[in-house]
Design a protein around this ligand. Structure first.
Ligand code: CP
Ligand code: NVA
Length: 308
């Protein structure tokens, strides 16, 4: 079964194929991401279930539009409204859904839910974000970087702030696409060691630098994300804000990056917290290209999963 569960579980060749196909599908729309039908409709006759156990704007709309453009149909399901949210096992849910639909995308809390679903499904499963990773986002981010600046291989990507699920998928991508990473944040919010070790084992450099200005020095790409993720308890909010405030991406911090550095944020953002509006709306920012490219990148991911 060709699941898309994480970037490090997919071969570099397959990842490269998906990025290239995403760019070519985007080009073929000639600057018009909207519109419900592509010239080619490889998902005709396919039904895709999109399951959300957490809120979403980009993932929900971009997957739904992507399926429609490729000629398929979607069911958008809320975990709370399914029997899954009322005690039915993940394994039985996987077996049942596999009798009805051709592909399942799930956004969930625990990574174990995703893995168990994938274990028992007889159709491909796509990770639409868990507490640990967010691979579809980073496929869009790699595509966005390369559109603006060419190959990401060998570049220096600096992650500022919480070493969270999005950071983890960046570390996976560093190993697979061959770029170096610096993670800058308080020690208590470092990424899990396994993500760092796996990237280093693939031959790329991963440094943890506490001083934000030193970290950003010479960066090709600076990335920020929310200080409190959906899986984090709200009771930690104040402590996280206090710890992460020095890592805000503002114009002063960006001035330490390369002149042509890009700024990314997967959104949703809390403006003036993890990043200022001056940066988010400034000349380095490609945040809305990232959002658009979720659509194109995920279309390629779905085609890869379905072999169409
Ligand atoms: N970046 C992202 O996944 O956004 P949503 O939470 O809106 O899906
Ligand atoms: N780290 C964020 C990403 C949201 C798209 C979260 O998990 O809430």
């Amino acid at each position: 079964m060709t699941h898309f569960l994480d970037i490090h579980k997919t071969s570099p060749d397959d990842l490269r194929h998906m990025i290239d196909q995403a760019r070519s599908m985007k080009d073929s729309r000639q600057g018009q991401p909207k519109g419900t039908t592509d010239a080619e409709t490889p998902l005709a006759g396919h039904m895709v279930a999109l399951i959300f156990e957490k809120p979403s704007t980009r993932t929900r709309v971009s997957f739904d539009m992507g399926v429609r453009q490729m000629g398929g149909q979607t069911m958008v399901l809320s975990g709370a409204d399914m029997q899954l949210g009322h005690g039915e096992s993940i394994a039985d849910t996987a077996r049942v859904l596999s009798r009805y639909v051709d592909l399942i995308m799930i956004r969930t809390f625990e990574e174990t839910t995703l893995l168990e679903l994938a274990d028992h499904a007889t159709v491909p499963v796509i990770n639409g974000l868990t507490n640990r990773t967010h691979p579809c986002q980073i496929m869009a981010d790699v595509m966005t970087y390369e559109e603006h600046r060419g190959p990401i291989q060998g570049k220096k990507v600096v992650w500022m702030g919480d070493g969270n699920n999005v950071c983890a998928s960046f570390l996976h991508a560093a190993g697979q696409f061959g770029f170096d990473m610096v993670v800058s944040g308080p020690e208590t919010l470092d990424p899990e060691a396994v993500f760092i070790e796996e990237a280093r084992a693939k031959g790329v450099s991963v440094e943890l630098i506490r001083d934000p200005e030193a970290a950003v020095n010479g960066a090709d790409l600076v990335v920020a994300d929310t200080w409190v993720s959906m899986h984090d308890s709200q009771t930690t909010k104040e402590r996280r804000h206090n710890q992460l405030r020095p890592y805000q991406v503002n114009e002063r911090l960006m001035s330490h990056a390369k002149d042509d550095a890009l700024f990314m944020h997967c959104l949703p953002a809390h403006r003036e917290e993890e990043a200022t509006s001056a940066v988010m709306d400034g000349p380095h920012s490609v945040i809305f290209d990232e959002a658009e490219n979720r659509l194109h990148a995920q279309k390629a991911v779905m085609r890869w999963c379905l072999g169409v």
